[in-house]
Design a protein around this ligand. Sequence first.
Ligand SMILES: *[C@@H]1O[C@H](CO)[C@@H](O)[C@H](O)[C@H]1NC(C)=O
Ligand SMILES: *[C@@H]1O[C@H](CO)[C@@H](O)[C@H](O)[C@H]1NC(C)=O
Length: 263
Amino acid sequence: MAPRARRRRPLPALLTICALLARPRVTFQITPPCTHERHYERFGRCCHKCEPGKYMSSKCTTTSESVCLPCGPDEYLDTWNEEDKCLLHKVCDSGKALVAVEPGNRTAPRRCACTAGYHWSADCDCCRRNAECAPGFGAQHPVQLNKDTVCEPCLVGSFSDAFSSTEKCKPWTNCSVLGETEVRHGTDKSDVVCSSSLPSTKPPNESKIYLPGLIILLLFISVALVAAVIFGVYYRKKGKAVTANLWHWVNEACGRLSGNKKS
Ligand SMILES: *[C@@H]1O[C@H](CO)[C@@H](O)[C@H](O)[C@H]1NC(C)=O
Ligand SMILES: *[C@@H]1O[C@H](CO)[C@@H](O)[C@H](O)[C@H]1NC(C)=O
């Protein structure tokens, strides 16, 4: 029984020691940790790295912190760093069928991609023109940017009659919708051929005749109107002389006619 009573005693003493030890630990955690991501060690010191978008123009000394300066207009750094200069943005050369998809800034690199109709090829490390699908095959849609063409055979009811890297298979023409009859079946490479039956062709032919006639009539009316206006102006100026002359001429003509008759 006696050993048991002895063992109970040290417990409260241990707890007080633990409480005392915990205090210095709390103060120790307050000092910032020297992480490798954002800090570096020099002269036994923990110094700051430069944030993305800045380079280190001078490292820390025993008495001073690192000096960071911003990257130039066409430069970037996308990490916390100790670099003595920034990286230059790459050029998206349009002559190599490249185009910038992300312009880039001081903290992110510019990203280039192949222009529409081209895809990136690891073989040549360059942009290659997209493959064309042969007749009977259509390009799979939606066309993916920077990816080569995927050709798929035209299913029954559709066709493709040309080499193309973008065109889908087109559906055959529906002759009955046009009011015509099918004279040749379609294939995967050619459309259905429709032929118009006689009754359906008459109305368009008639309108073709009517239309020029209508235009000529309108022209004639407008010419007549212009002539009438011009005559109206002329009449106002020399109106009486003209009518007098006209009457004189008419009378003379009638007189001659009646004279001829009498003689
Ligand atoms: C820089 O570009 C990146 C990616 O394009 C973007 O996420 C970031 O917000 C830009 N930063 C600034 C400061 O414009
Ligand atoms: C043509 O269209 C009509 C009406 O939309 C439809 O009933 C018919 O099945 C179609 N014919 C073909 C060959 O697709």
